[in-house]
Design a protein around this ligand. Structure first.
Ligand code: AMP
Ligand code: MG
Length: 405
């Protein structure tokens, strides 16, 4: 049995970054840019007013004060979006709005708050320096500048910048499509009434949500029963996606057929079991070039092994560099009696206390008990044979959410 780190190494070695393609800017949030972006124009493209006020010659406003204001003749109004051929001469001003181009002759703007208006004239109560309240052409970005480089993750500011630069369809690494296949004869749809021996298929939904959360596109397929014909058909369908995630059917039971069927489809089995709890029976197969993650069926195992192995793979496929979840060191508030020869990822709640973090398990740790994962915001990493741990022990925590949420 291999360790979590070894398994992750094998997986990341075989998973490739997807080829970039052009996507609509509106769909590019969180994507990794696949090209360097250069400015084709200055931003702003022309000198313009940073304030609502009056475009003037700075020399005409000095000295000016409330007691002896400078009086200037107002020639016209200049709203944002308009242009004028009028030149501002000595003793003259144009009423200008924020964003309107600075008219010829003017070299500064007096903000409206520092003026008093009369009939056809404006009184300037405070002098302005040349260039004051003027946004110069190219002050944000100059034509020809390298503005964004390939590999940048697009956040709202980068999206805004691409819009300002006139790039409606940037070249980005697309989101991987992840086929999701639940397996098990016991599974019902979530709207169905329970019947004897049956349970609702929750993995299909939790996995789809987990895929979405790390930037992939979930492609949930109809669940497959524990029969090789149906499984083969469903897995063939799933292999059209960039990656495949199955749940259930890989333990030691008589009807655990996923591994066998993947073998028949030409899969190269790279991982069979990982030394972790929950989630030991996890297989990683590559069919053609498509990575297939076969996760155990228990609702907690499925999500914990997703976070450990599938999430980093999906992030890598998107060209992301930061693949791990954040970790903190915390102090255990109460003893933890969990004990196993594998790495145990114990569901816990971490809370900030003073300078540090305090942590306590969230309840029974059975791999089917989703409730204790619902209550958790972290996973405590207990190395093999390290338990039980006393209160006060220092432990490593993988954060599942922003603990401030
Ligand atoms: P398996 O890995 O197929 O042996 O399943 C392990 C346990 O997880 C069994 O109790 C299954 O009933 C349960 N299980 C498997 N798949 C699902 C699913 N999609 N939703 C909820 N429970 C499941
Ligand atoms: Mg099963």
């Amino acid at each position: 049995m291999i360790t979590i780190e070894e398994a992750l190494g094998i997986i990341l070695d075989r998973v490739e970054v997807l080829a970039p393609r052009r996507m609509e800017l509106e769909e590019s949030l969180g994507r990794v840019l696949g090209e360097d972006i250069f400015a084709r124009e200055d931003i702003p493209p022309f000198a313009n007013s940073a304030m609502d006020g009056f475009a003037v010659r700075a020399g005409d406003t000095s000295p000016a004060s409330p007691a002896s204001p400078g009086r200037l003749k107002v020639l016209e109004d200049l709203p944002a979006g308009a242009v004028t051929g009028t030149v501002v001469g000595a003793g003259e001003a144009i009423r200008i709005m924020t964003g309107a181009p600075l008219p010829e002759g003017a070299d500064a703007v007096v903000m409206v708050e520092n003026t008093r208006e009369g009939e056809g004239v404006v009184e300037v109560l405070q002098p302005v320096r040349p260039g004051e309240n003027v946004r110069e052409a190219g002050e944000s970005v100059r034509k020809g500048d390298a503005v964004l480089s390939a590999g940048t993750v697009l956040r709202p500011p980068e999206i805004g910048m691409l819009a300002a630069l006139g790039c409606p369809r940037p070249l980005v690494i697309p989101p991987p499509a992840a086929a999701i296949v639940s397996t098990g004869d016991e599974l019902l749809g979530i709207s169905e009434e329970l019947r004897p021996g049956k349970i609702r298929d929750c993995n299909r939904y939790s996995l789809a949500a987990a895929v979405t959360r790390c930037g992939g596109i979930p492609v949930p397929l109809a669940p497959a029963g524990d029969r090789d014909g149906e499984l083969r058909e469903r897995l063939r369908e799933a292999l059209a996606s960039d990656l495949v995630i199955t749940s259930g059917g890989i333990s030691a039971g008589k009807y655990d057929l996923v591994r066998e069927v993947l073998g028949e489809l030409g899969g190269e089995l790279l991982i069979r079991k990982v030394s972790m709890k929950p989630g030991k029976p996890l297989t990683f197969t590559v069919v053609g070039k498509t990575p297939v993650f076969s996760l155990p069926g228990n609702p907690v195992s499925v999500l914990v092994s997703f976070l450990q192995f599938v999430r980093p793979a999906i992030l890598k496929m998107q060209g992301k560099k930061k693949l791990g979840l954040p970790e903190v060191e915390a102090t255990l508030s109460e003893p933890c009696f969990e004990e196993t020869g594998r790495t145990h990822l114990v569901r816990v709640r971490v809370e900030r206390e003073g300078e540090g973090w305090q942590v306590r398990p969230t309840g029974p740790q059975g791999s089917g008990i989703l409730k204790s994962l619902v209550l958790a915001n972290g996973l405590m990493v207990v190395p093999p044979n390290a338990g039980p741990l006393p209160a006060g022990a220092r432990v490593k925590i993988i954060l599942l959410d922003d603990p401030a949420e």
